[in-house]
Structures are given as C-alpha cells and as structure tokens.
Design a protein around this ligand. Structure first.
Ligand code: GLC
Ligand code: MG
Length: 576
C-alpha cells in the first residue's frame, strides 16, 4: 500500500512573488527524481512521483527544491552526463511534467531550482558526435581537442577512482579531448563564443519555463589554461558575471547557485563583488567537512577558524548554501592531508566507504545513527549563516548501501512506508532503479516516513519542529554571525544578530546565541558575549528562562554530551 497520510495545516510560507531575494530565507531540499517516488510503476522515480510528494515537502517546511539533472542522458554519471539539455529522460517524465512541477510547487509557496551541468556533456550528445566526426564542421570546435595528451599540466584529476588522465583519445577524430570528470564526459570548449551563447540560451529555455533558480554544476572548471590549475580561472569568473547580468536583466528574482568545491578562501570569490556580482549563492564547502571533523575530534577550533576567515564579508544579497550531505561523496579534497587521514579513520574505516577523495555515506550512518549527534548536526546546519540544504531521506535518518558502486551508495530509493519497495514503487522489486536499503539498522520496515509520522518524537518530527523554530526567527536567515569566544575547546558559540530591517516581512530586531558542544561527555563553558552584559536568555525551543549574561559579559553554560542551545538574548536597554 502506498503512503496515505493526511498532513496537518502547512506552516505559513512567505509570499512567492514578493521577495526577489527569496533564497536568503529559504530552506532547500535536494530530491533525486529517480529515487524519490515512482508514479507509473516502472521501478524508476519520476517527476509525477515528485509532484505527488509536494504535500509532504510542504508539510516538512521546505521552501525550495533542488532537482539534480533529469535531462536526456545515458545515465553513466547519474544524469550529470547530459545528451540533450532541452529534453527530459523519458522514464523520468516530460517537459510538460516539469511545467506541472513548477506550477504545483508555486501553488504551495515552494520554488524549483534546476541543476545545469554546463562544464561538459555526455559523449552521446549530438554536439560531441558531430565534433568528433567532422573537425571542420559547425561543432568541430565545441570541445577541447589536442594532438597530444600533455596540455594543462596543472589540472588535478577529480575522479581519482576511475580516471588516470584528464585527456582521452578519440579513435574517430584521432585526437585527444579534455575531460575534468569521467572520460565519457568531454568538456565543452568555453573559449568558443558559440558554446557560451548556447549555454546562455539553455538557461533561458528553463528560466522561460518558470524555474526559480539554477544550480551551476562544477562551475570552477569552465576554462583551463597552461599556467593555471583550471579552477576559477579569470575567464570563468568573467563568464559567470555575464550569466549573472543576463539573469538580472532578463529574469530578475531568479537565483544562481555555484557548486564550487574550492579552498575556503576561494569559494567566496564565486559571489563576485557588489559592483560585479556572480552567483547569488555558493555551497558552503569550507564549513561542511569541518562540522564532521569537530564531531569526532571534539574540538571546535577548525570551525571557529573557518567561520571567521572564509565567511568574512560576502556581498550584499549573497547567501551561503549550508549543507551536511548531498548526492556526492563527502568531499575531503579541500582539507589538509592530516585532517583527511583523521576523517577517513573515523568515518570510512572500511575502504568501501570511500569514493574518490571522499566518503560515500549518508548522514545517519556517518553519525553512527546517534540521535543526539544528528540533532546537533542539524542545529548547526539550521543556524549557520546562509540557507540550509537538506538531502532527501536524511530527515528520517535513512541508511546507505556501500555494496552499490560509486555514489549510488547514498542514492537509494526514499523510504516512505514499511510496505513493498518501501512505498517507493509498485514494481517488481527486482526492477527498481536501485535496491531499497534492507540493512540491519536502517531497514525500510522501520526507517520510513509513515512510521516516523506515527511517532511523536521521531527524527522526522524533530527536524520539522526545528525548521519551524528557524522560520519564526528571521535572524537565522538574515542576521550577522559573530563567533563568541568560549573557554572550552569542545564548545563553539556564535551570536546571530539582525536589526530587523525588512519590516515588510514583519521582521523585528533579534539576537540569538547558538552554543554547541562537540564533547562526548558533559561539559561546562564560559562564553564571552561582548556588549551583551546583563542580557536575559530564553531557550528558543521551549521558551525556558536561562540565567542572564553576567555583568562581566560572560555566560556560564553546562551542556550534556553533544548538547546545544539556541538562546534568545534580550540586551538590557542602554540608559542615557
Ligand atoms: C558535480 C556533480 C556530480 C557529478 C559531477 C560531474 O560535481 O555534483 O554528481 O558527477 O559534477 O558532472
Ligand atoms: Mg516511474
């Protein structure tokens, strides 16, 4: 039997058309269409299935859905190997289904963000077929062709598990082509103005259909050079500025999200500057691995550092996209060797758990299915500067399947019910796009949406509650973040502060102190709160009164193992 639950009244959403900077107040949710819900019983999730689950997402408190590629594709890289940017892979649906997804989401106050892998195509794309067959033809120069495989010597290999070079020999054209990812994914030649124009038109095609934003996949890698490392080269930023000007001029209110997995100091460059903006949002790759590091090292220091350094001054209107997990491996490319080794030891003790330079596991298994730790991770995710991104299934603590190849380990079907195929599909179980998780700890018979709806203190209900609390306090979306010194190495504290300037939204000034303990046993810590001496403190979840900040501007807190607080601080009005 498929899920039949009536959802209670949805949490109120901000107006859909009113806020051109909607993405700053949004909670995002990533849905792999083929693994979410199968509406036609062929064993593959589809757009119809996603549309049917919009009520669930609205009930959960999601404002925007990030939809990874559903374009026509041989599916050798989960659809990031596109064979036609303007059509939908038949088992996933049709262009009309995309239209319906957009309008049905909008009717519920939710937005749709599509994913555009614009750095490369599949080798099955018509452009590539023509390019290899006819070097002098109209597509001859659409990819990066050379007579040797020695160009761009400083570009690193990303898919280290499968690739030995960024060049592959094409027996048809008898030349080498450049590829940053799989060898079946040739890189487009961005030096060619026709390529750039076509990609801009592809964006227009989907924006004309009404989508609210575009995730710019693998954005650092568009241009390469002999001297550079092919990541964030100046012409790549110049093109990004061109994309932004196009969107600002032709589609105001739509959002561009940069997937730039780069070193902490570099990620913010994808926002551009106030005068020359680039993406509206960028994934917070600097913070993500450091959250996991803190959990096991029981040290907050690295997070403090990255929050103080990488987060310094982003241009007005720009927003970080905070996340814990997504459809890719938990990347350890941008941490030091020492940290990488420590992380592998803690989180990927079985070599099967690794993929490329990272870890291919889901959130709950990473955190040992420990409820306290999962709550702590979400308390961080939902209170960091920027907008949070959830990954489907993590709200119910879904497990993974490390026996599946590559990143499919954490892309298995959503677990809706304890029934056949976890309520994901009515197909013969052998026909499913990927098998449902049946492991001892994460079996769909007990880890599923229906069971968690039936349990008032389930993870699902806790996360929904936390999203609700976050929504009531725009300080989380819009406030500044200032790290507050703590005298305990395991305790991270920051103050979120918002002047309430957007009064049209009913915003009021607010100050919130967030405190997190990564220690595995109870601790007490002294937090220095400059300028907040005497402020009254109240817990945001239950309204409980806490001791006020001392006259010396310090607050003494005790925290249980992996404990946290979100405390509203009411500064004492200044006299005189
Ligand atoms: C991005 C995607 C990843 C894909 C890669 C190559 O990093 O997130 O899933 O494999 O691009 O397209
Ligand atoms: Mg289907």
């Amino acid at each position: 039997m498929l899920l039949r639950v009536t959802f209670t009244a949805p949490i109120q959403m901000p107006g859909l058309v009113l806020d051109p900077r909607w993405y700053r107040r949004a909670v995002f949710y990533e849905v792999l269409v083929r693994s979410f819900s199968d509406s036609d019983g062929d064993g593959v999730g589809d757009l119809g299935g996603l549309i049917a689950k919009l009520d669930y997402l609205q009930w959960l408190g999601v404002d925007a859905i990030w939809v990874p590629p559903f374009y026509r594709s041989p599916m050798r890289d989960g659809g990031y190997d596109v064979a036609d940017f303007r059509s939908v892979q038949p088992e996933l649906g049709s262009i009309d289904d995309v239209r319906r997804l957009v309008s049905d989401a909008h009717a519920r106050g939710m937005r749709i963000v599509l994913d555009l892998p614009l750095n490369h195509t599949s080798d099955q794309h018509e452009w590539f077929r023509q390019s290899r067959a006819d070097p002098d033809g109209p597509y001859g120069d659409w990819y990066v062709w050379r007579d040797t495989d020695t160009g761009f010597p400083r570009t690193r290999i990303i898919f280290t598990d499968t690739e030995e070079s960024n060049w592959a020999f094409d027996p048809v054209r008898r030349q080498f082509y450049f590829h940053r990812f799989f060898s079946h994914q040739p890189d487009l030649n961005y030096e060619n103005p026709a390529v750039r124009a076509e990609i801009l038109d592809t964006m227009r095609f989907w924006l004309d259909l009404g989508v609210d934003g575009l995730r710019l996949d693998a954005i650092p890698y568009l241009f390469e050079s002999e001297e550079g490392n092919g990541e964030g080269e100046p012409p790549t930023h110049a093109f990004l500025r061109e994309v932004r000007s196009m969107v600002d001029a032709e589609y105001p209110g739509r959002m561009l999200l940069a997937e730039a997995n780069a070193w902490p100091q570099e990620v913010a460059t994808y926002f551009g500057t106030a005068e020359a903006p680039e993406a509206h949002m960028a994934f917070d790759f600097p913070v993500m691995p450091r959250v996991f590091y803190a959990m096991r090292s029981q040290h907050a220091g690295e997070l403090v550092k990255v929050l103080q350094e990488a987060h310094a001054d982003v241009p007005d209107g720009a927003a970080w996209g905070a996340f814990l997990r997504n459809h890719d491996e938990l990347s350890l490319e941008m941490v030091s060797e020492e940290y990488r080794h420590a992380m592998y030891g803690w989180y990927a003790y079985d070599p099967r758990m690794r993929a490329n330079v990272g870890i291919r596991r889901r959130l709950a298994p990473l955190l040992d299915n420990d409820r306290e730790e999962i709550e702590l991770a979400h308390a961080l995710l939902l209170s960091l500067a920027g907008s949070p991104f959830l990954y489907y299934g993590d709200e119910i603590g879904m497990g993974d399947n490390i026996w599946l190849p590559d990143r499919d380990a954490s892309r298995t079907p959503m677990q809706w019910t304890p029934d056949r195929n976890a309520g994901f599909s009515s197909a013969d179980p052998g026909k499913l796009v990927l098998p449902v998780v049946q492991s001892l700890v994460y079996h769909y018979q007990h880890v599923n949406v229906e069971a968690q709806l039936a349990q008032s203190r389930s993870l699902l209900r806790w996360i929904r509650g936390a999203l609700h609390v976050r929504r009531q306090h725009p300080v989380f979306a819009l406030g500044d973040l200032r790290v507050a010194p703590s005298d305990h190495e395991s305790v991270l504290a920051y103050v979120r502060e918002y002047a309430g300037s957007e009064q049209a939204f009913g915003d009021r000034p607010e100050t919130v102190l967030c405190v997190f303990s990564f220690a595995h046993t109870p601790v007490s810590a002294r937090i220095s709160l400059d300028g907040l001496a005497g402020a009254a403190a109240t817990d945001l979840f239950g309204g409980g009164r806490f001791p006020a900040v001392g006259d010396d501007g310090a607050l003494e807190v005790t925290l249980g193992a992996r404990g946290f607080y979100w405390l509203r601080l009411e500064p004492v009005p200044r006299v005189g």
